[in-house]
Design a protein around this ligand. Structure first.
Ligand code: ADP
Length: 163
């Protein structure tokens, strides 16, 4: 049986921290679905389509085992609909832990066949979050090295801080 994992998140936008988790997960699973999980009531900087396009751009279209999708529904239902049984999440500081623990427990209650698997962040990406990156970029700060070049250019365009 194929080991298929779903990696859900906002990815608003994708960062080098996300890419580190994705690259490592591809060594553990046969297939990985990066899922832009969105709430239509929440505002975001990039639209769902823009976020998916950026993920596809930076991860290359050559990796056949990687898929990009979006969903606004219940995560465990999505996971089962794709024939997967693992939810993949990345962990940074201790502050991530409590929320992630709650999510893992509720998802397990909702579907006992779905397991959440955590990968520890690479130490370079310990403080990298999409929110901090947006905040810095919006004020004209350089986030070079924290996001892929394609994302950097899109952030600069959004915030009008072109060099
Ligand atoms: P963010 O918290 O940056 O807005 P997302 O909601 O897109 O991120 O996060 C999706 C998943 O990726 C979550 O499990 C989150 O903990 C993980 N993640 C985000 N940034 C990093 C990082 N720098 N290193 C490891 N995992 C990360």
């Amino acid at each position: 049986m194929k080991k298929i994992a779903v990696y859900p998140g906002s990815f608003d936008p994708i960062t080098n921290g996300h890419i580190d988790i994705i690259t490592r997960a591809l060594r553990m699973f046969d297939e990985l679905i990066v899922l832009v999980a969105y709430n239509p009531a929440k505002t975001s900087l990039f639209t769902v389509e823009e976020r998916m396009a950026l993920i596809r751009d930076v991860l290359g279209r050559d990796e056949q085992r990687l898929h990009v999708d979006c969903s606004a529904g219940l995560l465990v239902d999505y996971v089962r609909s794709r024939g997967a049984n693992v939810i993949l999440r990345g962990l940074r500081a201790v502050s991530d832990f409590e929320y992630e623990f709650q999510m893992a427990l509720i998802n397990r209650r909702l579907n006992r066949d779905v397991e959440t698997v955590f990968l520890m962040t690479g130490y370079q990406w310990f403080y990298t979050s999409s929110n901090l990156i947006k905040e810095a970029a919006s004020l004209g700060g350089s986030v070079e090295g924290l996001v892929p070049d394609a994302v950097l250019a899109r952030l600069q365009a959004k915030y009008n801080h072109q060099k």
